[in-house]
Design a protein around this ligand. Structure first.
Ligand code: ZN
Length: 260
């Protein structure tokens, strides 16, 4: 099952996505399935030009990021592997959706892509064990943890580097009930593969991350956890098109622009 948030010009609505790539149809739902029981309205809409997919979730309280959670990425940045998950927070104002432009911040000269599996929380989670953790998940989506690498180096905190407006593209939709133990996580820039990892190489797996994070913050429905990025991060510049993909979820595509 794939659950999308979309607009045809009015208020955002939710839908199940049916059909093969290139011929998808939206089965419109009565409300937001993260927060309420829903059913089909009976309306079906082709996923065509007059439909715009939106970020499938706007995190109600927070996006929790996890740094250095693939050994090959920690190594390429010259970092040791953390002995416990390295957490950071991204504000929900950083979230954008599929095809929304990533606007390069004027104060950075080095902005990198980071393709990641993202977890969308469905039920309140506080001090849950890894065994309980997956019960609290609504589903999974794709994230690009866009990072101003120069600001990450110069600042002690990663808030500016990873929290600026547009730095957290999410989408194209949420897939509930997915087994995420061994999925390909890839990134292409202008069609060229830059990152090609697998979730089996996560240092801390999804259940452990949810448990660990829930011992720090209460996770609310609609909160998002970014699970880290594999090796191959690199710069994006004005005019680029970035595609982040997680196997069995889909492709999150965003153009990159620098405002003059
Ligand atoms: Zn990241």
């Amino acid at each position: 099952m794939r659950i999308a948030r979309f607009t045809t010009g009015g208020d955002p609505r939710f839908a199940l996505v049916e059909g093969e790539p290139g011929a998808e149809e939206l089965v419109v739902l009565t409300g937001d399935p993260i927060y309420m029981p829903v059913q089909p309205t009976g309306e079906r809409v082709p996923l065509a030009d007059d439909v715009r997919l939106l970020a499938p979730v706007i995190p109600r309280s927070k996006v929790v990021g996890v740094g250095r959670n693939y050994a090959d990425h920690a190594a390429e940045m010259g970092n040791e592997l953390p002995t416990s998950p390295l957490l950071f927070l991204t504000p929900n104002t950083a979230v954008i959706g599929p095809d929304d432009p990533i606007v390069l911040p004027p104060w950075s000269e080095e902005v990198h892509h980071e393709a990641e599996l993202a977890v969308v929380i469905g039920k309140v989670a506080k001090d849950v064990t890894p065994e309980q953790a997956l019960d609290r998940v609504f589903g999974f989506t794709v994230a690009n943890d866009v990072t101003a690498r120069d600001a990450q180096r110069s600042d002690a905190q990663w808030t500016r580097a990873k929290g600026f407006d547009g730095s957290c593209p999410l989408g194209p939709w949420v897939v509930p009930g997915l087994d995420v133990d061994d999925l390909a996580v890839t990134c292409r820039v202008n069609g060229e593969t830059r990152q090609d990892g697998r979730t089996r190489d996560l240092v801390f797996d999804v259940a452990y991350l949810i448990s660990y994070v829930s011992e720090v913050f209460t996770l609310l429905p609609g909160d998002v956890i970014l699970t880290g990025t594999p090796a191959g991060v690199g710069p994006v510049v004005h005019g680029d098109v970035v595609e982040c993909e997680v196997e069995e979820i889909g492709v999150l595509r965003n153009p990159v622009i620098r405002r003059a």
